[in-house]
Design a protein around this ligand. Structure first.
Ligand SMILES: [Zn+2]
Ligand SMILES: [Zn+2]
Length: 102
């Protein structure tokens, strides 16, 4: 049994999500885990913790370490896959300018 960090009730491990440490940009291995767990119910209503839409593992991030894009949240590593950074965006706009000129 694991204790949920939020509601402090005990659940079997299958009903829990492991919480990654603060500041982790993308979960890679168990070294990134904080040893704390969040239950499904708390996660669903939590403003403090959330999951990355692209991470394969069922791990929970601190909300501060997540970024929003189009109504979904992503870890810092995956947000770059769904959002172009500003430099890329400028290049892209230049390209659009270029191809739309004739
Ligand atoms: Zn809970
Ligand atoms: Zn991710």
């Amino acid at each position: 049994m694991k204790k949920c960090k939020v509601c402090e009730k005990k659940f079997s491990e299958q009903g829990m999500f492991p919480l990654v440490k603060k500041g982790v940009s993308c979960y890679s291995d168990s070294d990134d885990l904080s040893q704390k767990f969040i239950c499904k119910r708390c996660l669903a209503i939590s403003d403090d913790y959330g999951k990355c839409s692209l991470c394969f593992e069922d791990v929970v991030y601190h909300m501060k370490d997540l970024r929003w894009s189009d109504g979904s949240q992503y870890c810092k590593e995956h947000i770059s896959e769904v959002q172009m950074d500003e430099e890329e965006l400028e290049d892209w706009e230049d390209y659009i300018d270029y191809i739309s000129k004739d």
